[in-house]
Design a protein around this ligand. Structure first.
Ligand code: PDD
Length: 287
């Protein structure tokens, strides 16, 4: 099989899977999700993603019957169905359940779990360069919850693509928040600066890793808001997400990024590459 889909216990090729019209994910986006990389059949940073998945449930008050162990087992079953050591992208989401359309929570029913796994070609951190487009952030104030409601992100990503760019960077007025599907950090005068964890950004797992790695590399970290001007004046701009790890940017709104601290970027990327290789060593697989 080249890819596998799962829905509440049923498996099949993703293109052939069907979900009920009354799944609340369909008409309300009433659910939460995670996306991770897999290599050597090991799910990278699974435990951190499971932690966030359960935090999202509690924010949305979605009762999820499956235990963490049961979900971990299902995810690994999916990975094994593809039977390859090559990189894969594993996605899963849970919606509040299946019920006719009423805004309030259904009285009965249980959460629906959907999982997909497919081959994935990772971008090369050494050579890939983002071209960024800044876009006003008009999202609601719950950006810290990984919900399925991603319309502003979808619109911004499309706007970026149509402008010949690879990612959109949201800002609320002068303050930079995050990317359409990434977190954005800057390097300035040897310091790594990234927006603080509040309701305006997703607490990215990759952002967290980047900060840990910066500490290990002796690069000071500041978790503070930064402005569009700081973004444009940065020595380096870093874009992080689970499916691309840590990539640097070469332009913002068509103007070149300084790219004047390549040695720091290389240090961080190499540290990240080593972490990824170490933690996807097949000997470490837990389930
Ligand atoms: N997106 N901010 C937003 C809005 C995101 O959608 C993502 C990830 C991130 C980075 O988070 P993490 O490092 O945990 O992947 C930040 C995923 C990859 C997606 O939607 O496919």
């Amino acid at each position: 099989m080249n890819n596998v889909g799962y829905y509440n216990g049923e498996y099949g090729p993703i293109e052939e899977m069907r979900i009920p019209m009354n799944d609340r994910a369909v008409y309300f986006g009433d659910g939460v999700y995670e996306a991770v990389l897999v290599k050597n059949r090991v799910i990278f940073s699974l435990e951190e993603h499971l932690d966030r998945f359960w935090r999202s449930f509690s924010a949305l008050r979605i009762p999820f019957a499956m235990s963490r162990e049961e979900l971990r087992t299902e995810l690994y079953k999916m990975v094994d169905l593809l039977d390859t050591d090559d990189p894969l992208v594993l996605y899963w989401q849970a919606s509040r359940g299946t019920a006719s359309r009423t805004h309030t929570f259904p009285k009965e029913g249980k959460a629906n779990l959907m999982i997909t796994v497919k081959p994935f070609v990772m971008k090369d951190m050494k050579t890939f360069r983002h071209r960024l487009l800044t876009v006003e952030d008009t999202r609601f104030f719950h950006c810290d919850v990984k919900t399925l409601n991603l319309i502003p992100n979808v619109m911004a990503a499309q706007q970026a693509e149509e402008a010949g760019c690879t990612e959109a960077v949201f800002h609320r007025g002068e303050r930079v928040t995050e990317g359409a599907h990434s977190n954005v950090s800057i390097l300035k005068d040897g310091v790594l600066k990234t927006a603080p964890l509040d309701h305006l950004i997703l607490p990215g797992i990759t952002r967290m890793h980047l900060l840990q790695l910066a500490g290990q590399c002796g690069i000071p970290v500041l978790e503070e808001p930064f402005t569009l001007e700081e973004l444009k004046e940065a020595d380096e701009v870093l874009v992080t997400s689970s499916t691309a790890l840590c990539l640097k940017a070469e332009t913002i709104d068509g103007a070149p990024v300084r790219m004047s601290a390549p040695e720091l970027v290389e240090k961080l990327q190499e540290a990240y590459r080593q972490k990824f290789e170490r933690e996807t060593d097949p000997a470490l697989r837990k389930s």
